[in-house]
Design a protein around this ligand. Sequence first.
Ligand code: DGY
Length: 333
Amino acid sequence: MATSPSRPRILITRAIFPEVAQRLSQHFEVESNTDDADWSADEVARRLQDKAGALTFGLERINAELLAKCPALKICANMTVGYNNFDLDAMSVCGVLGTNAPDVLTETTADFGFALLMATARRVTESEHFLRAGKWTRWNYEMFSGAEVHGSTLGIIGMGRIGQAIARRGALGFGMKVIYHNRSRLDAATETACRASYVSKPELLQSADHVMLVVPYSAASHHSIGAAELALMRPSATLINIARGGVVDDAALATALRDKRIAAAGLDVYEGEPKLHPDLLTVPNVVLTPHIASATAGTRRAMAMLAVDNLIGYLVHGKAVTPLNAAGLQGRI
Ligand code: DGY
């Protein structure tokens, strides 16, 4: 297709599937970070100066400072469901739409939440390290005995789409008693479908065998699991975080794990990732994965394609598929 200077310009801030960039190039002038380089905030702002849209990855801070440097910008389309990299108020004031990628990753992410729960409760990585280190020389009746998953109590904090998918797995697949806490209680039909009962956060922390965090990150959820909350949990309990770094106070968690205040943790997200609190690397009773809950080829492709649908939908047809701040947009629409 011949290029036309009147086509909107788009920036793809990280490497992505070739077919995603190719689809965008059918509608836009595309600048891509094909090397997957770590662009600084200044570099992102510089490259975005003349762009109408950006395919973003939940990593770039889209705030007032950046927006002031990017007068042509109209839309930032995250390929992630989380959007704590967006300052939506600042974006609305500047007339910049933010979109995310919900739904397409729900079941895959719930699968991973369960994988992390199983690995943590049954000490999968700890026992593998033992074996790889050549320490497995004989059988012993209590070697790596872990916590029961089937029939136990699963406490889910954050009962959005992913939380509900985890609840269904727990209740229907593993016969677990499912309790949850959420900002607002679900309607009765959804509670019945998930076989989940609403409880207060302290009650959940006190009675769950496994606590699963699926809340979005916000000022309200920052360090919402810290020393005080960990102290409420059972010494035999596990904590799983597939939500966002910063929801858990990682330093307090490392101390609780070291002191066996709780039995174990499974973490996919970290405050300040990809850096980790160093103490987490020194305790054996934690399973650590590098933010991969949605990482299957099919799901990552679907997430990216939804971001593409949002860019084409908004810049070509005037309507995004999954807008976050459409109602509040002002200014440069
Ligand atoms: C998301 O989509 O927000 C997940 O954390 C994947 O990065």
